[in-house]
Design a protein. Sequence first.
Length: 159
Amino acid sequence: MKIVAIDPGETTGWSTWETEGLKKLDGGQAPLWEFVDALDMALDPANPDIGFDNEVTAALRGVKQIVCEDWAIYPREAESGALNWDKCRTARGIGAIELIARRYVVPLKLQPAAIKETAKAMGAEDLFVAPLHENRHENDSAYHAVHFTYREAAKAAGA
């Protein structure tokens, strides 16, 4: 099954995977709203298979599952005022992704950022793209793909 794993933010990291054998198909980083628009175009059945607006849209075509990091305001951030007047664009982007998933009836799994240590233990870092710093958002999406794929395999095996 083809999935897209998303690390949302002003620079959104994304990667597509075939869950059978955990094979990475494509990936990259894009501005938040360019990515959201590309996902919408890729999943829209009325959008023809030719004339994609960009390479991201083409790479997202055929996705059957969306896996996305969730976003939350932690109490310490709220209390410190770190997010005062913040427009919470990442949360808005996730909301748009949720709407796209609902609109096109594509399952969506939201995962907390806290899965990264577990995904690291599952071997996610072996799938990272170098250079690491420049590709950090795409690499963060790999954490979510690995975690999702292994958890789904465990569920299917009855674990």
